[in-house]
Design a protein around this ligand. Structure first.
Ligand code: GUN
Length: 291
C-alpha cells in the first residue's frame, strides 16, 4: 500500500525546504516575501484553510497577514481593502478566500486584484496567459498536482488524463495545463462534469484520473482502469463518531480502488498540503520578480 501512495506531505516538505532557503536569500537582499489573505465571513472550512496558509507562510520566514471581515461586509469595503494592498509594496501576494458571501460579486473582486499580485491565477489576464502557454504563475492546486506527478516521475506525455470537474479553481486550469506542449504535460485530455451522462464510460479509460467534483467517494473500483494514477482533489466532510463529529474523505473511494491503481493520493495528506505549498511558491516567485 505504501508504495502506491503519492505523499503530498513528503513532496511539500522537499519544496518547502527549497523555499525556506530562497526566502532567506531574498531577506538577505532586503526583500521579505509578503502574503495577505482576505477572508469574508465565518465559513468553518475556510477558517481552517486560512489559518493553515498563515501558519505555513510564517514557518517559511515570510510576512503573512490575514484580514478577517464580517460576512455582511459590503463589496465597496472589500474593494478598498484590495486597493490598499495593490499599492502596498510589502505585499507581494493577495488571496481572497473563496467562496465569498452571495451579495458580493466574485468576478468583480477577483478582477480588482492587480494581476502581478494574483497568486491564485484567477485574474483573466493570468488565466489568458496560462491558456496561451505563457503562464505568469500557475494556479495553486493544479500546480501542486503537476509537482507531485513530476516528483514521482509519472509519465504524462501521450497519456489520457480524465479530469472530473470544471471549476475555475481546479478542473479548467488543470485541463489547460495538461494539454500544453511541454514536458510536464502533452496529455490527451477529457473533462467530465455534472452534465456528462455516463462519467464512468470516460473514467474507465483514464491513465490519469483527477477527481475534483466534491462528491464523497464517488469513484469506485469499477469506474477505474487497471493501473491508473488517481489524484483525489476532493475534501468532503462526512459524519463520524469522533470528537469533531466529522472526518474528511475524497471524491474517490480510496479502499475500494486501491488494489486497482498504480498510484493514488490519500485524503488528507495528498493534494491539500501541495496547494498551500504552491501558494507560498507563487508568493516567493512574485517577490523575486517585482523588487
Ligand atoms: N477556496 C478554496 N480553495 C481556494 C483557493 O485555492 N484559492 C482561493 N482564493 N480560495 C479558495
Amino acid at each position: 500500500m505504501q508504495e502506491k501512495l503519492i505523499d503530498g506531505k513528503l513532496v511539500s516538505a522537499h519544496l518547502r525546504e527549497k523555499l525556506t532557503k530562497e526566502v532567506k536569500e531574498l531577506k538577505a537582499s532586503g526583500i521579505t516575501p509578503g502574503l495577505v489573505v482576505i477572508l469574508v465571513g465565518e465559513d468553518p472550512a475556510s477558517q481552517v484553510y486560512v489559518r493553515n496558509k498563515e501558519r505555513a507562510s510564517r514557518r517559511l520566514g515570510m510576512n503573512s497577514g490575514t484580514i478577517q471581515l464580517p460576512a455582511g461586509t459590503d463589496e465597496r469595503e472589500l474593494l478598498s481593502q484590495i486597493d490598499r494592498l495593490n499599492n502596498d509594496p510589502a505585499c507581494h501576494g493577495i488571496l481572497v478566500q473563496l467562496p465569498l458571501p452571495a451579495h458580493i460579486n466574485e468576478k468583480k473582486v477577483l478582477m480588482h486584484i492587480r494581476p502581478e499580485k494574483d497568486v491564485d491565477c484567477f485574474h483573466p489576464q493570468n488565466v489568458g496567459k496560462l491558456v496561451a502557454g505563457d503562464p505568469y504563475v500557475l494556479p495553486c492546486t493544479p500546480a501542486g498536482i503537476l509537482e507531485m506527478l513530476k516528483f514521482y516521475k509519472i509519465q504524462t506525455a501521450g497519456r489520457h488524463a480524465v479530469i472530473a470537474g470544471r471549476s475555475n479553481i481546479v478542473g479548467k486550469p488543470m485541463a489547460n495545463l495538461l494539454v500544453q506542449k511541454n514536458d510536464t504535460a502533452n496529455c490527451t485530455v477529457t473533462v467530465v462534469h455534472s452534465r456528462t451522462p455516463d462519467i464512468a464510460a470516460f473514467s474507465r479509460s483514464a491513465d490519469i484520473l483527477i477527481a475534483a467534483i466534491g462528491k464523497p467517494r464517488f469513484f469506485k473500483a469499477d469506474m477505474i482502469k487497471e493501473g491508473a494514477v488517481v489524484i483525489d482533489v476532493g475534501i468532503n466532510r462526512i459524519g463520524a463518531d469522533n470528537e469533531k463529529g466529522y472526518r474528511l474523505v475524497g471524491d474517490v473511494d480510496f479502499d475500494d480502488v486501491l488494489p486497482k491503481v498504480s498510484m493514488i493520493t490519500p485524503v488528507p495528506g495528498g493534494v491539500g498540503p501541495m496547494t498551500i505549498t504552491m501558494l507560498l511558491f507563487n508568493t516567493v516567485t512574485v517577490a523575486r520578480h517585482t523588487n
